[in-house]
Design a protein around this ligand. Structure first.
Ligand code: 5CA
Ligand code: ZN
Length: 413
């Protein structure tokens, strides 16, 4: 038994008629290709999205990233694919231990509480749940197995008992983020890496296993008591539950390097297969007051706070969808006000006794979403129907509500 996911919202099925052949595939911007590419999943589309580090509540930036991949999920389903979706939760890592220590709280209790709040937030936002929601701690046997495979291929070395991965072991290293080493260096330092540590062969080499530190938890392994590095966690979980060459690996743009680059390198060297994912897809960063919203900066707007202050989760969802998923933008109260107004207009339109036929609107929404998730374009098409003539098709208002629900996750009735 692995960790509990959350409950699935109902997803209406839409008429297949009118699925235009030209946009019969979802196209997404693949960071590794540096271009928008068609996704080409089989009957079952496979997606891995990096989950939270549960030391604080879900903020609107996290929600924006999970909504982007919820759209991928919904569009694939609409195109007739089953979607096999896997997500992790980094329930052991430095920031979690630091927060628990600061607050004099047990790290496990902190992680469990924040994961539960995340589930509630995702449920309220009608985000489709992953089939497998896997914690880093429960994945330790998988991590150990992957580090063993790397060790067998001579792709590990130790520094004072800590196990490292030499990036030189993967000839394709750099392919995911397409960054030069000069660009990589500062990002690695900023995002959890330790470029300056003495004894490393290459400043960019990534930690696979951290030997137990005083007053920190540790788990038995063939390389001593310790805990997993961050990148190998996602490499091991994704390969176990999805295999290699899965369709999409997703996260915010801050994960392209080093996280997705390193995870791919670990997975590729450990399995001898390439690529880790067929597309690496990254959502933009949501900021507040001119800075990236982040737990360490403390400039956060929490989904749970918005909910408890009475914000309609469907309005929160619409506020996020009003921005293209790859855009960087700033949250303001005005965003939520505009979304509330739109939601009221749509609800009123969906409650009319009759409306104009929705076939063209459905085609337009599908066309916009399959084109690298142009949610703002989809909203415009739906706005046009809601503002349009009353019409005399009595089935149209329900059909409209089914489009917003199935494709955008916005329930109107
Ligand atoms: N546990 C790791 C991934 S394995 C982690 O990055 N956790 S996190 O809690 O820091 O972030 C969770 C997700 O939200 C990541 O995809 C991250 O890229 C994204 N994210 C974090 N901050 C923002 C932000 N301000 N705007 C948009 N997305 C964000
Ligand atoms: Zn991850």
């Amino acid at each position: 038994m692995t960790m509990r996911s959350w409950s699935a919202p109902y997803v209406p099925s839409l008429p297949a008629a009118g699925l235009p052949a030209a946009s019969g595939a979802l196209r997404l911007y693949d960071t590794a290709a540096g271009a928008v590419r068609e996704t080409r999943p089989g009957a079952t589309a496979r997606m891995y999205v990096c989950g939270i580090t549960p030391y604080d509540a879900t903020h609107i930036g996290h929600a924006n990233t999970y909504l982007a991949f919820d759209l991928v999920n919904r569009v694939w389903r609409d195109l007739g694919h089953d979607v096999h979706y896997v997500q992790n939760a980094t329930d052991i890592d430095d920031p979690l231990l630091e927060r628990a220590d600061r607050d004099g709280e047990d790290w496990r209790a902190l992680a469990d509480r924040e994961i539960e709040l995340f589930r509630e937030d995702m449920t309220a936002l009608r985000v489709l749940p992953p089939a497998h929601y896997i914690g880093a701690v429960e994945a330790i046997p998988l991590v150990v197995e992957m580090v063993e495979k790397l060790r067998a291929k001579d792709a590990t070395y130790t520094v004072d008992g800590d196990v490292y991965f030499p990036v030189a072991a993967d000839a394709t290293f750099g392919e995911v983020s397409r960054l030069t080493r000069e660009q990589m260096a500062p990002l690695f330092a900023e995002r959890g890496g330790d470029p300056g540590r003495t004894g490393k062969r290459d400043p960019l080499d990534a930690l696979l296993w951290l030997a137990r530190r005083p007053d920190e938890p540790g788990w038995e392994s063939p390389f001593g008591v310790g805990r997993p590095g961050w990148h190998v966690e996602c490499a091991a979980i994704s390969v176990q539950y999805l295999g290699m060459a899965f369709d999409v690996e997703g996260g915010g743009s801050d994960l392209a390097f080093p996280h997705h680059e390193m995870s791919a390198a670990h997975a590729q060297v450990a399995t001898g297969e390439h690529p880790h994912a067929r597309a690496y897809v990254h959502a933009g960063m949501v900021g507040l007051d001119g800075e990236k919203m982040s737990k360490s900066r403390g400039n956060l707007v929490f989904v749970s706070k918005l909910r408890s202050s009475g914000a309609d989760p469907m309005a929160v969802r619409l506020a996020l969808l009003a921005h293209h998923y790859r855009a960087d933008w700033e949250w303001t109260d005005a965003e939520l006000d505009a979304a509330r107004t739109r939601l009221e207009r749509w609800r009123a339109a969906a409650a009319r006794p009759a409306g104009a036929p929705v076939a063209a609107t459905l085609a337009a929404v599908r066309d916009r979403l399959t084109d690298d998730l142009d949610a703002p374009g989809a909203l415009a098409a739906l706005d046009a129907w809601a503002a349009g003539p009353a019409g005399d098709d009595p089935s149209a208002p329900l059909a409209f509500a089914q489009i917003t629900d199935a494709l955008l996750g916005v329930a109107l009735r």
